[in-house]
Ligand binder design. Structure first.
Ligand code: 13P
Length: 252
C-alpha cells in the first residue's frame, strides 16, 4: 500500500503572521490515523521560518520552485542546496504556472528534477494538459511528453525517490475538479507507463491529484486506486480546509 501525501502549494500567498497562524492550526489539528503525511510549500522568503515552526511536527516543508544550477551568477534564483539548508524536503517542479507563465521547458523541468534529487530532496513533478489539449484528444500524448523529458534525462530509477502530480490545467483554480473517474484514468495511464519500465517503481511511486481539490471532493478522489494524495492550492490556505482533506486521507 502506498502512503497518501497531502501537500499544500501556497503559491504566492501568505505573510509572517498569516503563515504562523496557518501552520499552528494545521499542527494542532493533524487527524489521527496512519499512512498519510502532510506537506506545506510556502513562498521562498518564508521557508526557513515555516520549517522552524514545523520542526518535530507531522508537517514537512517543500519549495515551489528551484534553480537547476548549483551556484553562481543567476540573479534572483535559489539553489537546491539552499532549500535543503533551510529545511526543505520536497520541491515542486514543472508546475503548469511555471511552464505557462515563465516559459519553463520540459528540458528545464527535467534539470530541476535532477538538481533537486542531487541535493537530497524529493521532487514533485507536475504534469497536466490544458482544456484545448483535452478537447483535441491529446491528453495522454501531452502527459507522455512531459514525463518522457524527465525519464530520458533522469532514468526510471530516479522515480524511486520522486512524486508525480497530475494537475489538469483546466481544473487549477477554476473550481472545476476532475471527476474521480477522469483523474483515475490519467493516474492509471501514468502508472501504466511505469509498469512497462519497472514494476517496483510503478507500484511504489506516489501520484497526487491537483486541481480544485477540497474537503468535499477529497474522499472520492482518494478512494481511487491510483490516486495517492493531493497537491492543493486554494484549499491549503486555511487550516480547516487543509485539515478537511487530511481527514479524508486519514480515513481512506
Ligand atoms: P487549486 O487547488 O487552487 O486548484 O490549485 C491546484 C494547484 O495548482 C496545486 O499545485
Amino acid at each position: 500500500m502506498r502512503d497518501i501525501l497531502v501537500a499544500g502549494n501556497w503559491k504566492m500567498n501568505g505573510s509572517s503572521t498569516a503563515n504562523a497562524e496557518l501552520v499552528s492550526g494545521i499542527i494542532a489539528g493533524v487527524p489521527e490515523g496512519r499512512g498519510f503525511s502532510l506537506l506545506v510549500c510556502p513562498p521562498f522568503p518564508y521557508l526557513a521560518s515555516v520549517a522552524a515552526q514545523a520542526a518535530g511536527s507531522a508537517v514537512s516543508v517543500g519549495a515551489q520552485n528551484v534553480s537547476e544550477h548549483q551556484k553562481g551568477a543567476f540573479t534572483g534564483e535559489v539553489a537546491p542546496s539552499m532549500l535543503s539548508d533551510v529545511g526543505c524536503e520536497y520541491v515542486i517542479v514543472g508546475h503548469s504556472e511555471r511552464r505557462s507563465l515563465y516559459g519553463e521547458s520540459s528540458a528545464q523541468v527535467a534539470a530541476k528534477f535532477q538538481a533537486t534529487q542531487a541535493a537530497g530532496m524529493t521532487p514533485i513533478l507536475c504534469v497536466g494538459e490544458t482544456l484545448e489539449e483535452r478537447e483535441a484528444g491529446t491528453t495522454e500524448k501531452v502527459i507522455d511528453e512531459q514525463l518522457d523529458a524527465v525519464l530520458d534525462a533522469a532514468g526510471v530509477a530516479a522515480f524511486g525517490a520522486a512524486v508525480i502530480a497530475y494537475e489538469p490545467v483546466w481544473a487549477i483554480g477554476t473550481g472545476v475538479t476532475a471527476t474521480p473517474e477522469q483523474a483515475q484514468d490519467m493516474h492509471r495511464h501514468i502508472r501504466g507507463r511505469f509498469e512497462a519500465l519497472n514494476a517496483d517503481i510503478a507500484a511504489s511511486v506516489q501520484i497526487l491529484y491537483g486541481g480544485s481539490m477540497k474537503g468535499e471532493n477529497a474522499a472520492g478522489l482518494l478512494a481511487k486506486p491510483d490516486i495517492d494524495g493531493g497537491l492543493i492550492g486554494g484549499a491549503s490556505l486555511k487550516a480547516q480546509d487543509f485539515l478537511a482533506i487530511a481527514q479524508a486521507a486519514a480515513q481512506n
